[in-house]
Structures are given as C-alpha cells and as structure tokens.
Design a protein around this ligand. Structure first.
Ligand SMILES: Cc1cc2nc3c(=O)[nH]c(=O)nc-3n(C[C@H](O)[C@H](O)[C@H](O)COP(=O)(O)O)c2cc1C
Length: 314
C-alpha cells in the first residue's frame, strides 16, 4: 500500500471494469468492485462473476463481497480465488433494506463476531489482505465503530475503511470527521491501514483527513462520479499544496473514453442507456451543459452520444 492511498470506493451500479480503468488511469492507487454476492459466487453465477471482470492491466483487483454469515464466504472462496484478487473487502455498510434484512451489509454492525468468522474463513484459505468497510454504528444510539474496528482487526483484517455515518443516516447528513481522528488515535501502533470514506469531494477534504485526522488513505465515492480527475488533483495537492482543474476538453474526451469502454463491456444499446447519468456528471457545471443533457437523454448510439457532447468543446 502506498504511503497515502487514494482509492475509488465501491459503488454499486458504477465501479465496473470501465470506471475502475478510468480511475486507475488518473492515479487511483486501487479501485474496489461493486459489492458482489458471496452466495452468487459460491453458486458460480455468471452474472455475479461478470462483476469481477477486469482489464489485463488492472493488476490490483480489489473485490468487495457481501454475505450474512461465514458459510457463503467459505463456499465462495474457490471461485473468488480463481480471479486472483489483490485484496478482499467485506461489506458491513450497505444500508439497503433488501440487503440488511438478510443480515448482510450494515446489519453486521450489530454482530461483529459474524464478521470475525468471515475473516477467519478467508484467512484459512489465503494470505491475501482482508479489509472491512463499516459504518459508525447501526444508529446514533448504538455507535460502536471503535470496538468493531478492534474486533475485526484482531480477527485478521489488516485494512479498515470507516464510512463515518450510521446506517440510519444512509448517505445523507454529514460524515463525522471527528470519528476519523478517534479511530486513528485508537488504532495507532496496531499496524492497521485506515481508510476514510464519507463526504470526500475535494482534494482539500482528503488532505484534511490524511494530515489532520491521521488516516492513511481516503476512498472517493460520489466525489469521483464524472470526476476521475480527483485522483490526479489530490495527488498534486498533497505534494505541492495546489492543483489544476481539468478543462472542458479533457472532461468531454474522458467522458467519451469512458463511454467507449462501457460499450466494449455491455454493447452499444445497454452502455448508452446506463452511462447517461455518468456522462451528465462529467459535464455538470460546463456552460451549455443543459441542452447537451436533453440530447443525451434521447441518445441511444455511440455516435449520438458523441455528437451530443462534442459541441461543448470549442
Ligand atoms: C450509488 C452508490 C452505491 C454504493 N455502493 C456501495 C457498495 O457497493 N459497497 C460499499 O461498501 N459502499 C457503497 N456505497 C458507499 C460508498 O462507497 C461511500 O462509502 C459513501 O458513498 C460515502 O462516501 P461519499 O459521501 O464521499 O459519497 C455506495 C454509495 C453510493 C452513493
């Protein structure tokens, strides 16, 4: 792991092999897959395995799995290891009711022992680093991230990512930066590598969390959607104290490159439809973007998407 790592966070519906490739090309030190069902992998589901696709140059496949208990984790290991992952992350933060009601995602905040058993199931099969991504707690009356972090680290997780919100907060409300400081103070000297997640949208946010709160790295999530440049900008900022923004041409050309990668993964029809929200994120704030957005909504081919975007480049 680099001294201060900048990762692309797992984002269901976004961090497919195309987005991970784009983020890595702008300097991400690692990019995490969308959450992948351990049960789906255990059953050898083609649809689930598709989420682990990667380009050959994507050397560091970081796979996030979700499961309600150690049993599917143990059963998925043969399939998972056949993809040669660089790191395996366990999701303990997903707040979506469909996931939580099975006992997976943030429901695991209530049962750290289950997570420890999952870690042990992985560790009994491989030396690949295990990481855990978790929240402050289930809700404001059950904040337990410090005890949780300590328990999973003792069970063998060497990388810990705190999303500094409770399950009850979902993705709203502000992430609690003081929690990053408390976690890093508590885990000092333990050897755990600590990532921060939550409300990290600008290079200044990352610097404050790394330099001010003592975390080892940050994961960009919503801040990287339509903005993979954040990795380059943050590296520059951490090194020099300033950074330059991408110009319109770079934004548009990167959006088109991202679209073409998605087309090579899913075909033109699906990719043009699925990529609309991301293409719009790339051009947000550019003068003339609203009329382009209207055209993108109608576009269903690569040519139509490119023709909609190019007028933005003078
Ligand atoms: C659309 C969307 C999908 C997400 N999918 C996942 C996921 O699959 N696994 C996970 O651990 N977190 C997931 N997250 C949470 C993010 O990784 C991140 O922790 C959260 O968005 C907080 O960071 P931010 O405030 O900087 O966006 C998702 C978030 C969003 C908005």
């Amino acid at each position: 792991m680099a001294e201060h790592s900048l990762f692309l966070a797992p984002l269901a519906g976004y961090t497919d092999k195309a987005f991970r490739q784009i983020a890595n090309s702008y300097g991400a030190d690692g990019s995490v897959t969308e959450m992948v069902s351990a049960e789906g992998l255990a059953r050898d589901s083609e649809k689930t395995k598709h989420l682990l696709d990667r380009y050959s140059e994507d050397e560091k496949l970081i796979v996030q799995i979700f499961a309600p208990s150690a049993d599917p984790v143990a059963r998925c290991m043969d399939t998972l290891l056949s993809f040669n992952p660089h790191m395996i992350d366990i999701n303990c933060g997903c707040p979506v009711p469909k996931v939580v009601k099975t006992g997976a995602g943030s429901a695991l905040m209530k049962d750290p022992e289950k997570v420890c058993q999952m870690i042990k199931a992985i560790k009994s099969r491989t030396d690949i680093p295990v990481s855990v991504k978790f929240r402050l707690g289930w809700d404001s009356s059950s904040i337990n991230y410090i005890e949780f972090a300590e328990a999973v680290h003792n069970a063998g997780a060497s990388v810990l990512t705190l999303h500094a919100r409770t399950r009850a907060q979902g993705y709203s409300g502000t992430a609690d930066r003081n929690a990053f400081r408390s976690l890093s103070e508590h885990m000092k000297g333990s050897g755990a590598f600590l990532f921060a997640s939550g409300d990290i949208f600008r290079p200044e946010d990352a610097a404050e969390i790394i330099d001010g709160c003592g975390m080892d790295g940050v994961m960009f999530a919503r801040g990287a959607i339509g903005n993979p440049f954040i990795f380059r900008m943050t590296k520059e900022y951490l090194k020099t104290g300033s950074y330059s923004l991408p110009d319109t041409e770079e934004k548009v050309m990167t959006a088109i490159r991202h679209l073409r990668l998605a087309i090579s993964c899913y075909g033109e029809d699906i990719a043009c439809r699925e990529m609309r929200k991301q293409l719009m994120a790339y051009i947000k704030g550019i003068s003339g973007a609203s009329s382009v957005k209207a055209r993108l909504t109608q576009a269903s081919t690569e040519e139509e998407c490119v023709n909609a975007l190019m007028p933005l480049v003078k």
